[in-house]
Every structure is written in structure tokens, then in C-alpha cells.
Design a protein around this ligand. Structure first.
Ligand code: PAF
Length: 287
């Protein structure tokens, strides 16, 4: 595995691969890998001849009072894990190269970025869309792989590549959970033992909602009421949003027609966690 931080070198490598007719997968990440990242990498490994993983803690997607400075970073650990999975290139661009002095071009996916996390993190999806488009332009992959935990992000990116005719296939992969159900996230490292225990209420709430939907509950009120009850009964929690939305448009829905996405963001202590699940009338979906 090569660790590449220069854009020119990254471009040359991917151009050489393309000349040889090789298919390239990209897994964009902000590092501090966990099993969720590794599952995306394993998918990318199978989906293409060459696998690039980008590791870039993108300043443009953090608000002024967010955790950019404290976001966990450990390149040595990450590169060992990436090597084990069979990554060909770990691409680690420098912030000054991604956003040099004079930088002023940003991409906004208008409607999809507004609600849910976009409402409490203004500018977040503008930063995500911008950096993802830059990474796609730099690496020029055939396929790019993202996790469904950041469900709104995935929809924003799908819209971005469709609207701007970016020639890449976007693949969303299922959430990877700890044995007790907590969705894997680099930010879980911020949780104290009590907060870690409290954080399980997100999964419990999603499971309860899923059972309700399967037993015939369809209305937004009945489902969100149950979810809210479980979370507010748990110490250290503060709900940012609970939402039942159309799986693609992310517009709020009042009832589940075939399928809907239940998405939530909850502060546990000082750590903001997100999670989501597909709610369906049939047993075919999973948390
Ligand atoms: O999901 C993430 O880790 C980031 O938002 C991404 C897609 C790598 C863009 O910085």
C-alpha cells in the first residue's frame, strides 16, 4: 500500500490504472477507522481492481464550535488497518492543498441539505458536497462507497453526482453496529462509560420503531412518540431531531407508505450521535 499526499501523484497513479483498463473504487473517509470503514473498504476491494481510501479531516464541513481540532486522528493505526484490508493507495491530502489561499468555490445541494442534520449544522453539507466532488475529481473512481449511517450525506452525494453529471457510481452500504447495537462512529471515542451505556437508547428506539411499524403502526406521531419516550427516559441525552422522512427526498412524511426512513440525532453528554433505519410494512428491512 502506498501513502500518497500529493495531488499530482494521486492523479498520475489513477491515470495509469485507467490506461491499463483497471476499475477504481474510492472510499472517502476522515480516518480513525473502525469496522464500519473497513466494511466499506472490503466492498470497494471486491467492486474494483484498485482501491483508494482518502483520509482527510475536512475543515469545510465543521462549524466554528464543532470538533475539528479534537477529531480523533491516528495515521499510523489507520494505515496499518488499511493495509490489512488490501487498500492500494491511502490518499492523505493536506488541508492547505485542498483549500489553498484564495479558495472560493463551494457546492450546495439545495433542498436535501436543509433539514435534519443540515438544520443544526449549517454549512455542513456544503462542506461535504464540496470535498466529495473534489475527491471524485482528483481520484476519478468508477465507484465511490459511503456508509448509510450518514444517510442524509449519502442522499446529498447521490443528488450531487446526478445533477453535475459526475461519471461515478455511488454505493451506499449498511450501518455496521457494535455487538450491543451502537452504530459504529469515530465519535464514539468521545463517550464516557456512562454515556456509552446511555447511547444505546438510539438503537433501542430504532428497534422499537421498527417493531411498531411491522405490527401495523403507520403514523408519524405514534412512531416518533415511542422513539421520544425511549430517548427522554435515558439520562445524559438531549434530542436534536427525530424525523420520519421519505427515503429519497428526505421530506417529512405523515405515514409510512411502503417505506420511510426514521432518522435521529441525539446529544449524549457533549457528543452528537446520529442513527437511522428503514421502516417498512414488510419484514424485508433490517436495522
Ligand atoms: O463521512 C465522512 O467521513 C465524511 O463526511 C466524508 C464523506 C469523508 C467527507 O469528508
Amino acid at each position: 500500500m502506498e501513502i500518497v499526499s500529493g495531488l499530482a501523484q494521486m492523479r498520475q497513479i489513477s491515470q495509469d490504472w485507467r490506461t491499463q483498463g483497471q476499475r477504481i473504487a474510492l472510499v472517502p473517509t476522515m480516518g480513525y477507522f473502525h469496522e464500519g470503514h473497513l466494511s466499506l473498504m472490503r466492498y470497494g476491494r471486491e467492486a474494483a481492481d484498485r482501491l483508494v481510501v482518502s483520509l482527510f479531516v475536512n475543515p469545510a464541513q465543521f462549524g466554528p464550535h464543532e470538533d475539528l481540532a479534537t477529531y480523533p486522528r491516528d495515521l499510523e493505526r489507520d494505515s496499518g488497518m488499511a493495509r490489512e484490508v488490501g487498500v492500494d493507495v491511502l490518499y492523505t491530502p493536506e488541508p492547505a492543498a485542498m483549500y489553498p489561499p484564495g479558495y472560493q468555490t463551494y457546492v450546495t445541494v439545495e433542498e436535501l441539505s436543509r433539514g435534519l442534520c443540515g438544520a443544526s449544522r449549517p454549512g455542513h453539507f456544503r462542506g461535504v458536497a464540496t470535498v466529495v466532488l473534489k475527491l471524485l475529481n482528483q481520484v476519478q473512481p468508477d465507484v465511490a462507497v459511503f456508509g448509510e449511517k450518514d444517510y442524509q450525506q449519502l442522499q446529498v452525494i447521490r443528488r450531487l453526482v446526478a445533477d453535475l453529471n459526475v461519471p461515478v457510481e455511488i454505493v451506499g452500504r449498511p450501518i455496521v453496529r457494535e455487538a450491543d447495537g451502537l452504530a459504529m462512529s469515530s465519535r464514539n471515542t468521545y463517550l464516557s462509560p456512562e454515556e456509552r451505556a446511555a447511547a444505546l437508547c438510539l438503537f433501542r428506539a430504532l428497534k422499537a420503531a421498527r417493531e411498531l411499524a411491522l405490527s401495523g403502526a403507520k403514523s408519524r406521531e405514534s412512531i416518533l412518540e415511542a422513539v421520544k419516550g425511549i430517548i427522554t427516559a435515558t439520562p445524559h441525552t438531549d434530542i436534536d431531531y427525530l424525523a420520519l422522512v421519505h427515503p429519497e427526498t428526505l421530506q417529512e412524511v405523515n405515514t409510512i407508505e411502503k417505506e420511510a426512513r426514521l432518522a435521529l440525532a441525539v446529544k449524549v453528554g457533549k457528543t452528537r450521535l446520529i442513527d437511522n433505519t428503514l421502516l417498512s410494512e414488510s419484514r424485508l428491512c433490517c436495522v
